[in-house]
Design a protein around this ligand. Structure first.
Ligand SMILES: CC(C)(COP(=O)(O)OP(=O)(O)OC[C@H]1O[C@@H](n2cnc3c(N)ncnc32)[C@H](O)[C@@H]1OP(=O)(O)O)[C@@H](O)C(=O)NCCC(=O)NCCS
Length: 195
């Protein structure tokens, strides 16, 4: 069982249900958020996603949380000026001091009512105490099969990331750059200095 100690008194840290911290953020996409072609800057979306993920994590943990990393972000469809964007965040996984918050982004054309799912991204955060030290997070009560699926997928994602990090580090450690230069011949680059 997860626990925390205050003044040497053993106090269980109660788990919280996924539904307790589900967080929504809706924002109208104004011209100031746009590129020259009237589409929204990816960075604006990233900032909104970070904000909603931190709010959701803070609600679950009851403390200040910071973003450690963000898993791959792919925008499958552009978001236009005038769209109403809704970001939905929920805790997908909890570790000891860390948690994963999934953020789903939907853009709605207010005139037609047509909604498009632009992306879902996973934020890895940690909880901090008032002295900035890592703090244990409450356990998670999985209330639906969807909650179980998300928890299990987070474990798989975590394992795959670790495997990828190990493979990348092994492969790049033994890299022979002069040998790699030969392979670059089929790429769209050229060496602009004398080797
Ligand atoms: C995140 C941070 C605390 C990790 O420090 P550390 O000394 O490596 O701590 P640990 O190895 O004990 O990891 C702490 C937790 O973070 C998790 N973690 C660490 N690096 C991670 C990563 N790259 N991705 C996901 N989780 C990660 C660990 O799995 C661990 O989780 P657990 O307690 O649930 O098992 C530290 O790197 C940090 O403070 N970074 C700055 C975060 C920040 O300020 N963000 C705001 C943006 S400016």
């Amino acid at each position: 069982m997860q626990s925390t100690t205050y003044n040497n008194i053993y106090t269980p840290l109660p788990s919280k249900p996924v539904s307790y911290s589900k967080t929504f953020l809706t924002e109208l996409m104004v011209p100031a958020f746009a590129n020259f072609d009237g589409r929204i800057h990816g960075g604006i979306l990233l900032s909104l996603m970070d904000k909603v993920a931190i709010a959701c994590a803070a609600k679950h943990t009851g403390s200040y949380c910071v973003t450690v990393s963000v898993d791959e972000v792919t925008f499958y469809q552009p978001i236009e000026v005038g769209d109403l964007v809704t970001l939905m965040a929920s805790v997908n996984y909890v570790g000891n001091t860390s948690l994963v918050v999934g953020v789903k982004v939907e853009a709605e054309n207010v005139k037609t009512g047509v909604k498009k799912h632009t992306n879902t991204t996973y934020f890895n955060l940690v909880a901090k105490d008032e002295n900035g030290r890592l703090k244990q997070v409450p356990g998670l009560v999985l209330e639906t099969m969807e909650d179980i699926r998300r928890f299990v997928e987070s474990i798989i994602r975590k394992d795959l990331k670790l495997q990828h990090e190990v493979a990348f580090s092994t492969q790049t450690k033994s890299i022979d750059l002069l040998n790699e230069v030969q392979k670059l011949k089929k790429e769209r680059c050229e060496i602009g200095f004398e080797l």
